[in-house]
Design a binder for this molecule. Sequence first.
Ligand code: ADP
Ligand code: ZN
Length: 732
Amino acid sequence: MSRPLFYPHGARIAVLTQEVVGVLDYLAPEGGVRLGQLVVVPLGPRRVMGAVWGQGMGDFDMAKLRPVARLIDAPPLAPEMIEFLTRMGEYTLTPLPSMLRMATRAPDLDQPPSARRIIHRAGPPPDRMTDARAAVLRVIEDHGGAGFAPGELAQLAGVTGSVVQGLVKAGTLAETLAPRDTPYPRLDPDLPGKPLAPDQGEAAGQLRDALKTRRYGTTLLRGVTGSGKTEVYLEAVAECLRQGRQALVLLPEIALSSEFLSRVEARFGARPGEWHSGITRTERRRLWTMAAQHHVGMVVGARSALFLPFADLGLIVVDEEHDSSYKQEDVVFYSARDMAVLRASIAGAQVVLASATPSVESWVNAGAGKYARIDLRSRYGTAELPEMGAIDLRESEMEKGRWISPRLAAEIRARKGRGEQSLLFLNRRGYAPITACRACGQQVGCDQCDARMVEHRFQNRLVCHQCGETKPIPVACPSCGVEGRMTAIGPGVERLAEEVAERFPDARATVLSSDLFHSARALKEAIAQISAGETDIIIGTQIVAKGHNFPRLTLVGVIDADLGLQGADMRAAERSFQLMRQVAGRAGREGGDARGLALLQTHQPAHPVIRAILSGEDEAFWDAEAVQRQQAGMPPFGRLAGIILSHPDQSAVENHAREMARRADPLHQIGAELWGPAPAPIARVRGRYRVRMLIRAPRQAPVQTAISRWLALAPKPPSNLRLSVDIDPQGF
Ligand code: ADP
Ligand code: ZN
C-alpha cells in the first residue's frame, strides 16, 4: 500500500453516525495517529466513535479543525479491513458509517475498557514487610481475596503502584490477564485426524494445495449429505493453521453448532473462538481483540464474523453455502457468502463453499471455471443415500382432516416397532395457516400487514408471521359476526402433532419449530434428546433440515412436497429442491442394516423438482435451472437489484416511486431495465405500504454507479419514506 500509515497532523476520520456520509477532517492528537486507529471525536455537541481513514487533505486551516477527543484502546483496523469495508460499501451501496458500524459495534469498543490485568493473592507474605505492603495485603484480606485491577488496588490501599508491583515480584501477589486479553488456546493441526476415505483424501489434498499458493481462490466443495465434507474442510483448516494463518468457518445456525465445536475439539485438541449473538460482550471484545492480535487461530461464527479484524486470514469456509440465512436484509443488505469471496480476495485467502445442494450461482461459477469444484458422490462409510419415493396424494385414500397418508403411517409404525425414528417434515409453523369463517368465508388477516393470521394453538393465539402481532382466536367472525363457525384450514406442525398423538398414542413425539423454543439452549437440548433416541417421531419445520446427525433416524416423510413449488419467485424451484434434498438427507446417515427411506407426499409427482429429488439427478436439475436463468438474463448471467420503498401512506409511496421511475435515464444508459413500481411481495408490513422496483442489467454493467446517479435524481421524498437498495436480492 502506497499511502502513508501514520499521520502527525491532520487525519480524515470515518465517523460512526447516521447523518454523516463519509469522512471528516480532524486534528491529530500530539504524537499523531495511525491509519485504522479507532478514536472518539467531537461532532457538534456529541462525541462519536470513528476510525482514521486516511491523511487529512493538507490544505485545510489547522486552526479551524477540532482535535480528536481520545484514542480508543483497541488494535487499529488493518489496511486490508479498510479496503474490505470500502469495497463492500461500494458494492452494496451502503454508506461508510454503516459499514464501519458492522466492523466495530458488536464488541462495544467505545465503552471504557474493563481491567486488562487482575491482581490476586498467590503466595506467602514477603520477606521484607513495610507499612505500605501491609496496607495492600489488608485491602486484599478485607475483600475476601478478590481480584483487583492494579490501579484500583493501589488506590484502595493508599499506596503507589510500585508497591503493588513489588509484591508481585516477591511472589505474594500474582497478575493474570483479564478474560478480554487472554489468548485462545492453540489448536494443534498435527494431532491425528480421522483416517479419510480415498475420495475425502483426494479432496483434502486439493484444498491443501490451494492453500499452499497463499493466494485467493474459491472452491465449491459439493458432497451429498453425509459424505464427510466437514472432515475434508477441517483438513483445509489444519493446513491453514500450519501456515500460521487464521481460519474462519461460517455456519448458518451457529446456535446449533455444539456438535460442530466438539468435532473441532476432537480434531485439534481445543475449542475455536465462537462468534454469534449468544456470546457475552466481554467474550465478543476478547475475540475481536485476539483476532486482530493473531491470538486466535480459528473462529466459528455466524455471518457477522466476517467483519472480525483478523490479522492474517488464510481460509474462509462457508458451510451450507446455499442457506438463505447468509443473506442479511436489514440496514446493510449483503450476502455473507459473496462478501466472504470479496474479503478473501483482498486478504489473499482461500474460500471453501460447502454444500450438498449449492446455489445455482455457485454451480454456474464453478462450471465457468471461476471456482474450482470438488465432488464427493457417496456417503462416508457403509451409509447409503436414502431410497426415495413419492406418494401420489391424488390416489391415496386420505381421511378428512388427516395429513399422513396410509402408506406413510404404515412406514412410521414399522420404524416404531424396530426402535427407529421417523421425521415428518412440514415447513409451516403453528397449527393452521388459515383461520376462516364457515358462514361468510372471510379469512382472518393481520391489521398491520398484508398477511393472514396463523393459529398457534400451543399459545392459544393467532400470530402474524410478518410483524409478530398476536390476537385471541375469535369466537365470532370479525367480518359477519356469526359465532362458533371459525375454523382452522390446512395443516401446520402443531396440527400434525395432534394427528400423530391420535394415531400413534404410544409413540414419543417431539415438535421442532423455531417459535416453540425460547432459547438456543432449549433447542439444543431438544436436539440432544433426539440424538440420544429419546423420541420416536420428530415433527419439524425447516430447522430440522440443517445439518443434524440423528443416528436412529431412518424415515423422512415430507408431508406436503408441493408447498413452495409455486410462486412467481425465480428461486422457488431451487429453494424447494434444496430444502427437500437436505431434509431427505437426514435419513439413514449411520449405515448399518437399515437404509434410509424418504417419502414425498405430492399432488404433482411429475413436477421437475419432485422428479429431480426422486431420481437423484441433481446436476441435471441445476443445469436446467441455469439454462432458465440464462434465458431470462437473471443472476448470475445478469445483474439484479431491488429497491424497496415504504411509507404509511399508500399513495405517497406509489407517487414517489413513479416519479423515480420516470427519471431512470442513468439506468437505461447502462442497458438496464427498470421493472415496476409494483406492490412488494408482502405489500404492507407493520402499517407501512411497500412498493418494489427491480433493476436488471447486463452482467458487466456498472450497476452501482448507475443506481447512485439515479437515486440522486429522485425528487424530494415525502417525510418518513424509507428506501433500501438490495443488490443481488434473494427473491425475484
Ligand atoms: P457432511 O458434512 O458431508 O454431511 P459429515 O462430515 O457430517 O458429512 O460426515 C457424516 C458422518 O460421517 C459424520 O458422522 C462423520 O463423523 C462421519 N465421517 C465422515 N468422514 C469420516 C472419516 N473419515 N472417518 C470417520 N467418520 C467419518
Ligand atoms: Zn402483521
